[in-house]
Design a protein around this ligand. Structure first.
Ligand SMILES: Nc1nc2c(ncn2[C@@H]2O[C@H](COP(=O)(O)OP(=O)(O)OP(=O)(O)O)[C@@H](O)[C@H]2O)c(=O)[nH]1
Length: 293
């Protein structure tokens, strides 16, 4: 059983990860709890609370892009590969001295490739959970409340959950932005969506797309064609998959509301405890279904 506790904060760019970490640190301080804050975003610039460990002291995205002529995504992967090669000196030694009353908070970058395409984060998590560190970890995946990004975001959250096999809490951030603006019914569609979200897709026939969007009525001139019915079926199938996984329940987070931050933290505490109680476990047995408070 692990004696140290850690949370890895993930999610797409701009979802509010760093803001959430700051709110959480403030909340922990208000409640006389200790935390150890690790920034693993090699491009992060401003912090309300200075990290106890900052990947930028090891490597920065700017230097990698400049010296190795890499783009931002390739550069980020390089930074993480470099981090993995230097884990013992850079992370392990410092984390070994952190005592168990601390909550270890790891603030991650927003490039979702990290969570969906490459096994770098699983390698990092497995290092933190194993060996001399033996940290009990939980994943917090943030998505901001935005209809256009929600579906893809949900799939990336699921992908991260499957890759990491950690207790996993989904969080819908920036709730202050929609206070009083979104009808309860609409909000419920985000917090506990079902496949009816996808019912607007075309039911039958072919959908033609014309150059410059000009429909001259001649399918022969169309640039591309999409099979409406099969597209609708595909959408429904993916929606059903999400539904079946019971993954897409979200905790609401309003960082300006201390009670909201506290509720998310207590859910994370519970998720870690629950996970520990389940060990040893079968793969995927520990997938948590975060529910709205
Ligand atoms: N209104 C509101 N704005 C927020 C909230 N959380 C974050 N923001 C704003 O959203 C932007 C991105 O916030 P960050 O906390 O930097 O998001 P991030 O996920 O860490 O971003 P990356 O590190 O770039 O992936 C900033 O302009 C924040 O001020 C929130 O709860 N409410």
């Amino acid at each position: 059983m692990g004696s140290k506790y850690g949370m890895i904060v993930m999610g797409p760019a701009g979802a509010g990860k760093t803001t959430f970490c700051s709110a959480l640190i403030q909340h922990l301080r208000n409640n006389k709890r200790s935390c150890f804050y690790i920034n693993l975003d090699p491009a992060a610039e401003e912090f309300v609370y200075e990290p106890d460990i900052d990947i930028k002291e090891l490597i920065t995205l700017e230097d990698v892009m400049e010296e190795l002529h890499l783009g931002p995504n390739g550069g980020l992967i390089y930074c993480f590969e470099f981090l993995l090669e230097n884990l013992d000196d850079f992370l392990t030694e410092k984390l070994e001295t952190v005592t168990e009353e601390y909550l270890i908070i790891i603030d991650m970058p927003g490039q979702i490739e990290l969570y969906t395409h490459v096994p770098i984060v699983p390698a990092l998590v497995s290092h933190l959970r194993g060996g001399s560190l033996n940290i009990s970890m939980c994943a917090a995946y943030l998505l901001e409340i935005d209809r256009a990004k929600f579906f893809a975001g949900t799939l990336s959250a699921m992908s991260a959950m499957l890759m990491l096999e950690l207790p996993h809490v989904n969080i819908l951030s920036k709730m202050d932005l929609v206070k009083g603006q979104v009808a309860r019914k609409e909000l419920k569609r985000f917090i506990d969506p079902d496949i009816s979200l996808l019912q607007d897709a075309p039911e039958s026939g072919l959908v033609y797309e014309y150059k410059d969007g000009v429909d001259n009525g001649d399918p022969g001139d169309a640039q591309s064609v999409m099979a409406g019915e099969s597209f609708a079926r595909l959408n429904r199938a993916v929606g059903q998959l999400i539904d079946d996984f019971s993954l897409v329940s979200f905790l609401k987070l309003d960082v300006q509301d201390e009670d909201s931050v506290g509720a998310v933290l207590s859910y994370i505490d519970d998720a870690i405890q629950y996970h520990e109680a389940q060990e040893p476990r079968e793969p995927n047995d520990d997938l948590m279904d975060a529910e709205m408070g």
